[in-house]
Design a protein around this ligand. Sequence first.
Ligand SMILES: Cc1ncc(COP(=O)(O)O)c(C=O)c1O
Length: 491
Amino acid sequence: MTQSDPKLDRTPPSVRNDLHAIADFPFPAWVPDWARRAPSITVAPPGPRSKDVVKLDKEYVSHAYDRVFTFTIDRAAGATVCDVDGNLYIDWTAGIAVMNAGWGHPSVVDAIRKQSEKLVHSFANDTYFDKEAELAKILSDISFSGKLKGTFFGNSGAEAVGAAAKLSTYFTKKFEFLSFHGAYHGRVGPALNFTSKLKYRFGFGPMNNVLFTPYAYCYRCPFKMEYPSCDMYCMHYMEDQVMNLGGSTGSLAAVIVEPVQGEGGYVIPPDEFMPFLRKFCDRNNALLIADEVQAGLGRTGRIWSSEWTDTVPDILVAGKAVGGGIPLGAMIAKPEIMKRWRPGAHSSTFGGNAIQMAAGIAHINAIVEEHLPERAAAMGEYVLKRLRELQDKHEIIGDVRGRGLMIGVEFVKNRKTKEPLDITQLQVKCYKKGLLTLTSGTYGNVMRISPPLIISREFMDKGIEIFEDAITELERESTPQQPAVVTQPQP
Ligand SMILES: Cc1ncc(COP(=O)(O)O)c(C=O)c1O
């Protein structure tokens, strides 16, 4: 599919109105029969074949990878993951928000196969490559009607964040950054600098050119205020307190923000949040970097989650889904900013790699042509409604929030005190029953629901059933048992 193809409708989802056509949400026809049969647990996971691999892995692979599931993945299709022991799992993870158009989407697979037969390494550092230019144009077309134009390609989200940091300092000639409590931007270089959680920073330093300020996480407002009567106090705190008393040197290059926080707990800030940051950056001659690595490419019901508030960032960072499962990061900027970089200002041996570009083009075209953002928006509304019904029945569900298919369910021991509930066992229970989920949040107590956007309603319903079963079991196990009343034999 080429750019000039009239079928490729790049009209922003917000102005289309074809949700009725997808109301029943069946799987697309290409999803194979075997992948429609999940969940199917035939061997209690981890099965023997999985265990063999785990043993080898534990001996030779770095322990830095902190695996959640104990099975060994074999193949995947649609919204189903199959392990080497033949168990089929409903996938609510999309491989951490990567496989937006579904595992094994035929156009992506075909593009990778065809490209690999012709050219694998495009050597694009030193030559020109047609698909690199094509993908950069597609990214511009889908980014605020071309307002962002000029892409630097790297190999991961963190690398794209690093490129954004470098471009910001180069452009503004300033060096300070503002990031948020709960932010996750990656774990190498500047990306780690912008990531807030102690767990990820512990033992690494010094990191001293970043100020942190509270995110608009209303469920756990650090100021114990309530929206909207708070009048977005967190934003005023940022401006009055953090920027004046928080150690700034007055050299703010950029604010980096996730328009919907991912690892921080699928937090949806109020609609004023992003526009406030836009104005704040303009007032401070600083750039606004929107990190769309997790929330981007249709997940929230828009191509970019920043579109929900019509906030055009100066720099946008994409990763995860952008390569359709092939490692790819992209940093896209306003042309007047990107053009300022001198040739050689930044580089990556594999930037613009042939397989990355072919897969990225096919994946984004699939997302747009198959109206997956709209599908995610409509399905998300349905799922939120079902989850709120669960919340009415289960006291341990403190909050349900989301946009599109980026949904968080926050668990608490007590709804009043909001004391976080450890949900590791909930995740394990779901997995053993055939549902893959991931956790997130400052306290790891938020279940994130981020399935492939092509997931069927039937699979969501089956998943919700498993989820509820697991919640009920967890509640039963965590309720202190009354000691059995022993009746003394009467004399
Ligand atoms: C918002 C956000 N930014 C950046 C990253 C880092 O991406 P990567 O793991 O590809 O380096 C992630 C990864 O989870 C993310 O969620």
